[in-house]
Design a protein around this ligand. Sequence first.
Ligand code: PLP
Length: 442
Amino acid sequence: MIQRSPDSLADRLIHRWFGRRQGELTIEGLGVRELAARYGTPLFLYSAEVARRKLQQLREAFSNLEVYYSVKANPAAAYLRCFVQQSCGLEAASPGEIHQALASGCPPQRIVYAGPGKTEEDLEYALAQGVGAIHAESLGELRRVAAIAGRREVRAPVAVRVNPDAAVQGGAMRMGGKPTPFGIDEEQLPTALDFIKSAPTLDFLGVHVFSGTQILDAAVLLSQYRRAAAIAIRAAEHLGARLRSLDFGGGLGVPIFAAEQELDLAAVRQGLGDLSRELRRHPLLASARCMIEPGRFLVSESGVYAARVVDVKTSRGKTFVITDGGMHHHLAASGNLGQTIKRNFPVAVLNKLDQPSAESANIVGPLCTPLDMLARSAAIPAVEPGDLIGVFQSGAYARSASPLGFLSHVSPPEVWIEKGRDQLIRRRGQRDDFLRDQVDEA
Ligand SMILES: Cc1ncc(COP(=O)(O)O)c(C=O)c1O
């Protein structure tokens, strides 16, 4: 028999955020078997309670900072509404995300708009909607915003995203401190600021620094924040003016792979306290609104992707568990969203949580590619068709970061669970969806 460690990451997550009833996973008291029967499989299940508790954790540690939820992590309207109702702003990175943010009831001035490659049309749209800040990612973008604002006879609220001149190591995916399409290189910051000074149509708010995602080390996070504060001070001193905003970005991690540990929020809290005091003492930073824009930290743990076992087969001595879900719904779990080495997301057999691991199985999806592997050599109980495989940490960068059209399987529904009640928030796709946007040649 293969021993699954009793404190596997899946077990820890179940213990922390979910429940078990006679070997079955429960989410806010609801059994997954019944949910799977009601909505069909595969499907995404989201717990509002977990998302709320994550926000609470964050606010306790980051008490002086405003929270802007990063829509790209999961744009489902239920999440956006949940965070907006709890006074979060939203960070959007496309007109589509701005549109969804507005539809969720977010006041436009509580939206910040980041991301490279904003077209003139995108910028026109953002300004027309009255977003709170455009985070400029290049000098060219600053020039375009200034010109468009001039044409519209408005002042555009802008902040500058800065790519620091040296990376702080430690995140899973570095987005700064090296040549990147993100932000204005720190070396070019004086030029950008001089342009802003000379452009009457730009209303300069401050600085945004975000260099990496999935950071689990409090020391790394804090050194990034200190770096961001130093850049902000330099910018303010260069302009000889007060900054109104300082955005520390997202990037807070959650444990996804075996042996990863949670971010030490108490250490972050302490380090941030010192940094905030320093900033408050600086005459040009004292009144700046400080903010963070996390995605993954807020929603990852609240989501479970559940797929049903369709077939179990052995090929040359290896067990393959074939499910009705796969990488087309959850690219990250298949290891094809930025991982260099395939590591397993936490998985469990959701209706056999009380059974010991019996085999080391490859859990795969129905796509005709070897990339479609949800978990490699996973230690799970013996399974049969009909059992439910769950992938945890599926609230962030899962459905919306997946190639939903690949192989034309219909897209999975999303179910929101709040106060013990389930609600379909996105219907399952239909085969006609694949025909809908096509233009008939005849
Ligand atoms: C500009 C910006 N803000 C926030 C985020 C959210 O990052 P995370 O989900 O790691 O917190 C991202 C992610 O890529 C981003 O590009």
